[in-house]
Design a protein around this ligand. Structure first.
Ligand SMILES: Nc1ncnc2c1ncn2[C@@H]1O[C@H](COP(=O)(O)OP(=O)(O)OP(=O)(O)O)[C@@H](O)[C@H]1O
Length: 563
């Protein structure tokens, strides 16, 4: 079995920003502008305590004009800060939303074109969590926390510069009393949160996956009377999530220690500042500036630790999303499309769903252009698997499938889907009308195309018989149609795509004679100028086919002579 790159529950959290850079680069201009405006607004805020300190010194000097000037400057700074902050929030949210929007598009596009083997190897809930919940959380972070995070970072830098340039002695005192314990607390929090948050995200994904599975398997679970046991599993997953969430909560309590450090620092500043002012080393205004700025600094550090928690969570989500994007990145560049009309060939093809248990062995078979043939064999002999390999839905583990000489694995996926169409046993339909389902065909076909396809396949009467015609509501996932009727929808889609090779995996469910006849008649009309391969499950079909390739336990057993 060819290796599938499995996504880890614990994503690679190193160099997340560098890995995200290719997705940020197209938006670097708006991001840089938003960050610059945000930093300007932060600078305005940082200068307020300095001006208040100056105002206090003017007051003590009985300098009335100086006092009024400082007070006016404070007012102007506050207004400027408000306007700049608002502008930066709008700019940053706009730029961030664009990045998230593009990421969402990309993940949908990658999941749509990634090999089925990758999708089958992962739990649906996990992929759902990464491609929807993780993206939504990133969008929330960009809208609500990212502007704060940038302001806080800027505020810490600007305040440090202002304080050091006002008094190095008080700055040294502030640094010695405040920085080491805060650094220690931040380190402990980071270590605890670094483990707890990914574990919480993984446990949440497990609950989503089990829940999604229970919806898919609900009928079978009820039929088997296994609902109780399944509930036990759901409960165990929920307990796991609960425990992981509590650990994450405990990690967050380290942040409370910052209150004690803040109280100690204010006391130290008041005593140290008082002594320095008494010795005329600094003015009273500088002490006021320090006390005010340090209070702002504390609340910034508080906010920073809170936002840092959100940042770590969002970083985990972004890392999980980037892992998914890396794992689903397109492979080698597409090869030149082959000229039409050289037929379809499997050369020494082997395939295994699970390691060491191949279901196809060394299958070599050629179907010429315009040939009408069947693939038959007992249940489980590998007919459906061969059909999926012949239309490029799966890539073989060994050997090659070629269309007119070109390896299907190297063809552009769009080209592949236009030239080879497989109608499976169970055609999957989406909730909505017949027209909604027919519209899910390359080239954005409209009503006229639907009507032409129906006319070409002799299905106009069948469509007219549905309540509402093309507007007939097919129910959730098309459940109002039988397996055979779903295949008619598949044939209508195929008629619009007009592929070079059409593979039909006959529905195994019992078809009513009218539907069986409609499928046969539609296939006969579709045959002209194209290779049509039928995975034949019914003897009546086998009897009608001009050539039948028979599989036994994954090998070509015999070819029945042309009739
Ligand atoms: N998605 C899958 N994962 C694992 N094993 C699979 C999967 N699909 C098919 N198989 C196994 O591969 C083997 C071949 O299955 P396949 O569906 O190709 O046979 P088939 O001849 O089309 O059978 P049928 O006539 O019942 O449709 C079977 O043993 C089946 O259990």
């Amino acid at each position: 079995m060819a290796d599938v790159r499995m996504l880890s529950e614990e994503p690679d959290q190193r160099r997340v920003l560098r890995r995200a850079w290719p997705h940020l680069r197209p938006h670097r201009g708006p991001i840089a502008a938003a960050v610059a405006v945000n930093l300007l607004s932060t600078l305005a805020l940082t200068l307020v305590p300095v001006l208040i300190g100056r105002a206090v010194d003017r007051l003590l000097d009985h300098d009335r004009d100086g006092l009024l000037g400082a007070a006016g400057a404070v007012l102007a700074l506050v207004v400027a800060r408000m306007l700049l902050l608002r502008a930066s929030e709008v700019l940053l949210t706009r730029a961030g939303e664009r990045v998230v929007h593009d990421l969402r598009d990309l993940v949908v596009q990658r999941l749509g074109s990634t090999p089925l083997r990758f999708l089958e190897a992962h739990r649906g809930g996990d992929l759902l969590q990464r491609s929807t919940v993780e993206v939504a959380e990133l969008a929330t972070f960009v809208r609500s926390q990212l502007p704060d995070l940038i302001s806080l970072g800027g505020y810490l830098v600007f305040t440090t510069i202002v304080l050091v340039s006002s008094s190095w002695q008080l700055s040294a005192l502030l640094f010695v009393v405040f920085a080491p314990p805060m650094w220690l607390l931040a380190r402990v929090f980071r270590r605890a949160a670094g483990r707890a948050y990914p574990a919480e995200a993984a446990a949440q994904a497990t609950v989503a996956a089990t829940f999604a599975e229970s919806l898919q398997a609900r009928e079978q679970l009820q039929l088997d009377g296994a609902t109780g046991r399944w509930l036990d599993r759901l409960r165990a997953d929920a307990d796991g999530y609960h425990a992981a969430a509590r650990t994450a909560q405990r990690a967050a309590t380290w942040i409370d220690g910052t209150w004690i450090v803040q109280g100690l620092t204010t006391a130290a500043l008041l005593v140290g500042g008082g002594l320095l002012a008494g010795a005329d080393v600094v003015t009273v205004g500088v002490v006021v500036t320090f006390v005010l700025a340090s209070r702002d600094l504390f609340s910034s550090v508080d906010d920073f630790t809170l936002v840092a928690g959100e940042l770590l969570e969002s970083r985990t989500g972004l890392a999980r999303l980037l892992d998914l994007l890396d794992a689903t990145a397109p492979g080698r560049p597409a090869a030149e499309p082959p000229a039409p009309g050289s037929g379809l060939t499997a050369e020494g093809v082997g395939y295994a769903y699970r390691s060491g248990r191949p279901v196809l062995h060394d299958v070599t078979v050629h179907f010429g252009p315009g040939e009408h043939a069947g693939i038959a064999g007992e249940t489980g002999s590998g007919k459906t698997t061969l059909a999926k390999l012949l239309c490029g839905l799966y890539s073989p583990d060994t050997g090659t499938v070629r269309l007119g000489g070109a390896d299907l694995a190297a063809l552009d996926p769009g080209e592949l889907r236009r030239r080879l169409v497989l109608i499976p046993q169970q055609v999957h339909l989406v909730g909505g009308t017949l027209a909604d389902n027919l519209a899910l065909t390359p080239g954005r076909p409209g009503r006229d195309d639907f009507a032409r396809a129906a006319d070409r396949l002799g299905l106009t009467g069948w469509v007219a018989g549905l309540p509402g015609g093309f507007d007939a509501d097919l129910g959730r996932r098309g459940e109002r149609l039988s397996a055979g009727e779903r295949q008619l929808v598949g044939l209508l889609r195929a008629a619009m795509i007009d592929p070079e090779v059409l593979l039909l995996d006959e529905a195994t469910a019992d078809l009513d004679p009218a539907t069986a006849h409609r499928i046969e008649a539609a296939l006969a009309r579709l045959r002209a100028d194209r290779t049509v391969l039928v995975i034949a499950h019914r003897q009546t079909t086998i009897d009608r086919l001009p050539r039948v390739v028979r599989l036994r336990a994954g090998r070509i057993a015999q070819e029945e002579p042309c009739r």
